[in-house]
Design a protein. Sequence first.
Lengths: 408, 74
Amino acid sequence: MKQREEQRVVPGVVVAVTKLRITLFFAAAFTVIYSPFCLGAILPEQRADILYHAYDGGGVTIDGPSVLVRKNFNEKISVYGNYYVDMVTSASIDVLTMASEYTEERTEYSLGADYLNDRTIMSLSFTNSSENDYEADTLGFSVSQEFFGDLSTITMGFSMGDDTVKATGADGFEEATERKRFNIAYTQILSKRLLTSLTYESVIDEGFLRNPYRQIRDASGFITPGAALPCEDNDSGVSVGSECYPETRNSEAFALRGIYAITPQSSIRAEYRLYDDSWGVQGSNVELRYAQQIGSRWLIEFRYRQYQQNEADFYGDLFDFSMEIPEFYARDKELSDYSAQQFGIGVTYTFKSRNAFFNNSTLNFQWDQMTFDYNNFLDATVTTVTPGTEPSYSLDADVIRIFYSAFF
Amino acid sequence: MKTVSLVFFMLIISACSQWTPKPWVKAHERELLSSPIMSLERDPVSSKYMNHVYESREAARGAEGSSGGGCGCN
């Protein structure tokens, strides 16, 4: 009776205690039920990769090498290093309408380590990316846990990035951007032939988030060349009719992936990803891959991917500032309403011969053809018509990867 | 009331022991899953590069497994 009176006096406490008990019960039950079936996890395989990549489309050519070496020690620790270069020659539509062709180089170094303890893998990574007008450092940490007889894996990761944005031709210009990422992935073996994965990632960007070079178009002529728009980003003095972005961007993405063995020599992989951010952009992509083993040495793969997104709240192809200047405005085609299609094919040849350095190796060729159709980003290089009546812009791009991988 | 709770609890325990899912794919049955054709991403360097291409050309980012900074997309 006394107990019932106490429950009436502090019902919130009782509910909380009850919830705690239920939680503890299920936690204990989960541990007891599943722990006997847990087996050990394994580190990523030791390998070395030498890759040449090339992107050619929309007046932009980007190519360069990427080298990865991963080495394991005592079956407990795995370390890796990655060297990556982008050599860029750009005469993109943005460049053609605002500036002249340029070349630049981006170099990226990544170092990382994984530590295996029973069923848990803890990973630490650091990446530095450097180009003449952009510097980025990213530190990442993740934990991966296998359970339920190795049929299930949960991975949680967090990374922080500090970027420094500069502008060529404006020595005093320097802005900062902070990036944070949190992700969680759940992978489940559903049968002897089917593997699935569900991933969630949240990204928070804060600071200077626009391109310091890109400019908007003003139909009214209110913005004259050389004028600085009343945007807080424009204090630097490099902004001449430039864009104006919010200083925060939060996004969420969900991805569901599955791969199914049709036969022992062939598989089909499917992916669906959903995206949403605080700038009003919503996007999604679907991807299908078919892989076929031919004999013991050849593997071919066919891919199809489709992506679509709507425009950001503050995107516009042609503004009219004579009446009102909005708080934010952008003319980045990557923030416009558009769709993209991609077809790809890949061929892998396996060298079975062992030598003193590695067990086997593969030679790979991957080619993808991408088409981007922009619905409300107009081709401003067409100057024979009234601004705002130009045809919609579209571009085709070829992406090639050629790489040699050795496993030891 | 206590008796009803106890019976209900025992029923749950009984049901759990019978219906609790157990790992249904044994280690020796995973040969197919370890095949190269069954890897979600076979080659990390290659996948990382494609994710970089997507992130440079699309507003969407996240849940694709890429990392690292920089853009190279102006």
